[in-house]
Design a protein around this ligand. Structure first.
Ligand code: GLN
Length: 526
């Protein structure tokens, strides 16, 4: 097992996750099996309880763990499915060590950050790295991304663990990539001083950057590279320029051109192999069409819905169609704006704020034959809208939102729960698809598996009433409604699960393909 550690310097938000995922893709295109671990140095056990407006999307894995959005990047770039151990947090590490202490596992010892916490971190990294793939094979290479910025108090134990691993592993099994910012001054010159300082901070921790990836707005030239090479003590070919790309899937190609594969191979003792460029061809397929989709949500920032954005992109590429997204604030948009779009998407979400605006948009899509895709909360609100306006329940709502006829109700197993962390209906569940439905046409299979994250569901008491009024629940898991559609409408489709989590550039998600296709048709006939 070879380890590639990825650290960050100067500031957060540099795209370390995309850099790590891109490095993985570059190796995967050469036939290596790659896995990835993300370290998040915060005290939360997982990302599930964190506000996505602050921390970005909560990504859900097949086993139901709620993790950092970078695991989504790894899954999409590497085309793998990860599990809980691949997201290590300070909270998880400390909880394990403290539980062991209480059990008496360290009896007599003083339990300390070094060695107890660092040993636990190393054990967690190895456990994740060595996890089997479904075909029984193991990874050849494990990427370990250390969240945060070098110098933060929070990441110290993790960097110390990284230092210890360097000493414990043969030289060719370890490489450290430091991702840093190369800002421009007011004269437009690229400045290396912040990078020099962050490399100095790494050195103080006993770590050496083998490769530096410099993030900048424009490509870093030879002079700047020479300076970094001299001050940071590494060969010039180990300084890789990573200018901001128009599309993240282009980053591996750009890094490939910079020669990072040769530097990595030399460090890790990998043989030179030919590149399989089929993935590159898929992610750069030409666009011949364009559609515009409105996403109505209460959050202003796009990072909250990164998987939806990517799933639309994957489906769009496969249909040679660029999907332009316009984000509408659910509390503020004007109804007349809705006519400008080829399709309307209502994403997942929590809480009352903005829901009337979302319901209004669903009504507009239903009444005006505009393609509609509802996801999780979007599915639930489609039921509420239909109940109010078509099934004779004008006060219909979701139990999550307050008083009224609860066509959406708390899942029975959620009744009386006292803990909020990790307790939703999470991860993979099957859905049985009814014959003769749009759902069946899209998925082409009688049973599918998708990832979930919800506490509420369609209230079984009202299913018959809704169906009698014309709503079709096209997939179920026992008496749980998983998909809905409206016959006679060009595309009115919603899922209780989040199909975006399984979408890949090479395998777009069926509901997204159906939606983008319907948007294309709508645009042509408008
Ligand atoms: N708030 C809703 C529920 O808990 C929907 C959740 C979501 O959209 N992920 O069921």
């Amino acid at each position: 097992m070879k380890y590639i550690f990825i650290t960050g310097g100067v500031m957060s938000g540099l795209g370390k996750g995309i850099t790590a995922a891109s490095v993985g893709r570059i190796l995967k295109n050469r036939g290596y099996r790659v896995t990835a671990v993300k370290i998040d140095p915060y005290l939360n056990i997982d990302a599930g309880t964190m506000n996505p407006a602050q921390h970005g999307e909560v990504f859900v894995l097949k086993d139901g763990s709620e993790v950092d959005l970078d695991l989504g990047n790894y899954e999409r770039f590497l085309d793998i499915e990860l599990s809980a151990p691949h997201n290590i947090t300070t909270g998880k590490v400390y909880r394990t060590v403290i539980d062991k202490e209480r059990r008496g596992d360290f009896l007599g010892e003083t339990v300390q950050i070094i060695p107890h916490i660092t040993d636990q971190i190393k054990a967690c990294i190895r456990q994740a790295a060595e996890e089997e793939f479904p075909d029984g094979t193991h990874a050849d290479v494990c990427l370990v991304e250390v969240g945060g910025t070098v110098g933060d108090i929070e990441s110290m134990p993790f960097l110390e663990a990284a230092r210890q691993m360097r000493g414990e592993l043969p030289g060719t099994d370890y490489v450290l990539i430091h991702v840093t910012l190369i800002p421009e001054d007011t004269m437009g010159d690229l400045k290396t001083k912040p990078t020099q300082h962050s490399v100095k901070a790494l050195r103080e921790l006993g770590l050496h950057a083998d490769i530096i990836v410099g993030r900048s707005e424009r490509v870093i030239g030879a002079n700047t590279k020479r300076k970094i090479s001299a001050f940071c003590d590494l060969p010039i070919n180990a300084v890789i320029s990573a200018a901001t790309a128009p599309d993240t899937y282009e980053v591996p190609m750009e890094m490939e051109k910079e020669g990072i594969a040769d530097v990595l191979s030399a460090h890790l003792g990998l043989e030179t192999r030919d590149i399989d460029s089929s993935w590159y061809r898929v992610v750069t397929k030409e666009y011949t069409n364009r559609v515009t989709v409105a996403i109505v949500s209460k959050y202003g920032i796009e990072d909250v819905y990164i998987s939806i954005k990517e799933a639309l992109k994957h489906a769009g590429r496969s249909l040679s169609t660029e999907v332009k997204i316009v984000w509408l604030d659910a509390e503020r948009y004007e109804r007349c704006q809705l006519k400008d779009y080829d399709g309307i998407l209502i994403p997942g979400g929590f809480g009352k704020r903005g829901i009337e605006g979302k319901i209004e948009a669903i009504k507009y899509a239903r009444e005006n034959n505009v393609p509609f895709l509802g996801l999780c909360l979007g599915f639930q609100l489609a039921v509420v809208e239909f109940a109010r306006n078509k099934a004779g329940m004008p006060d219909a709502t979701s139990e999550e939102m307050g008083e009224g006829t609860h066509v959406i109700a708390l899942l029975p197993e959620q009744e009386g729960l006292t803990e909020l962390g990790g307790t939703m209906r999470l991860g993979n569940y099957t859905a049985d698809i009814r014959d003769g439905t749009l759902a069946k046409k899209l998925y082409g299979e009688p049973q599918i598996v998708e990832r979930h994250r919800h506490r509420y569901e369609v209230n079984p008491r009202y299913i018959k009433k809704l169906e009698d009024a014309g709503l079709v629940f096209s997939a179920t898991n026992k008496n749980r409604m998983e998909m809905l559609e409206l016959p006679g409408h060009p595309f009115f489709f919603a899922t209780q699960f989040h199909p975006e989590f399984k979408s890949r550039p090479t395998r777009p998600s069926p509901p997204y393909i159906g939606f983008v296709e319907a948007c294309k048709v709508n645009k042509r006939t408008k």
